[in-house]
Design a protein around this ligand. Sequence first.
Ligand code: HEM
Length: 491
Amino acid sequence: RPTTVNLPPGPKPWPIIGNLNLIGPLPHRSIHQLTRKHGPIIHLKFGSKNVVVGSSVEIAKLILKTMDTNFICRPKTAAGKHTTYGYTDITWSPYGPYWRQARKLCVTELFSAKRMGSFEYIRVAEMTSLVGAVRGRCGEAIVLKDLLSTMSSNVISRMVLGRSYLAGGECGAGRGRGVVVTGGEFKRMLEELFLLNGVFNVGDWIPWMGFMDLQGYVKRMKVVSRKFDRFLEDVLEEHEGRRRAEGDGFVAADMVDLLLQLADDPTLEVKLERNGVKGFAQDLLAGGTESSTMTIEWAITELLRKPELFKKATEELDRVIGQDRWVKEKDMPDLPYIKAIAKETMRLHPVAPLLTPRRTREDCKVAGYDIPADTLVIVSSWTIGRDPQLWDNPLEFHPERFIEDEIDVKGTNFKFLPFGAGRRMCPGYSLGIKVIESSLANLLHGFIWKLPGQMTRHDIEMEEIYGLSTPKKNPLVTIAHPRLPLEMYSI
Ligand code: HEM
């Protein structure tokens, strides 16, 4: 090692806590302020841990693509240890043959175009239920998020687990172990899992304080992971029962069936153990629910603040779809304005404003600075998405910018990173974008959206909470009115 290490610029750390005093309850906003002061690559100390934040297109490209072999690992955190079966899921598993195999399974089995196509009927059915639920409450003030999360949980549950375990508010009813968890409880479990996977847990950064669990996060991680384990064990037993009963005629009907088959496959490079099956299933359930719900809620919120945009969206829908049918997934390429609203929402309200953290495997140099091995590496897509050098009037919600400049969602130009980029980018992006775009299109096609009572667009609050995702702090309350001929709702 060189004797003098040329670390990126950053604030002076305090003994023991480092710069943790500068990180508030919304870490992406704290980090945004720091990057504005110190530049596109900064060095911080979280306790004794080195942290590097990249917040420009150039640095993001180096981290996520050009030098990705050194940045492809995830840090070892209490959340990874306690909530993902000791890092045997996809998100927190370290770089190596196990993770590479997991990603291969995502591409070839779980999210292949064929598999996504074969599950389209589920997305259509749940979309129809969502439209029916909104229609049933037209004229009332509704918490939109509740209806959206039922839709997205049902889509993902049916694809991953084979059926909606949330139907009727109960789950697992009538089987060996009786009711395991209610629908409402399941949603709370997912929210808790997301929150705990994104929190700044002091024990991760000041290891000798870890045993005290001063914030109580580790205790909560253990509680939520026990709840998930009970639920997933039940699901696995049910699937194994069907497999035994059907013998040679068994055909995999959902992602858990596939994972259990793979766990028995002697040709797999690395054995997929039972905990791995549960960890993968949990990742798919968690990844597929909260992220699309929060994005659609933010989109309707932004539109309520700029009602003139509803007109543009519905003009496009009336022209392309007409008033006598609902929007199908295959219509989306013909609805560029709706797609632009979805992208603009993800620019201003990214699900993961700091992406998911990485860890350096070896000492390296980035932009002339030394980055030591085992540094926590963060890419601030929040800052990149608000950079005035990249976006005109960056704080304004202006979907047209994505029509003028057709940037894709796959992070190929590193200016727009809703799903990350490179080899560790979100494997579920095609499902996520399908659910977001077609739900948004149908909610705008089928309904006129208003604010309740005397509330005006200036009263809408825009605060978020931070975890592995960043949903609205206070859920949006809104009123829907039918927009299409009434017979269209008898579906
Ligand atoms: C709105 C929808 C979604 C958004 C915005 C989103 C965003 C992200 C982001 C930003 C990452 C981190 C990428 C990085 O480290 O560079 C990620 C990773 C991941 N996402 Fe998603 N996601 C979405 C939907 C989904 C869905 C539907 C699934 C699965 C059903 C999923 C499963 C995962 C998994 C397993 C990872 C970890 C990948 C790895 O570490 O190798 N996501 N996602």
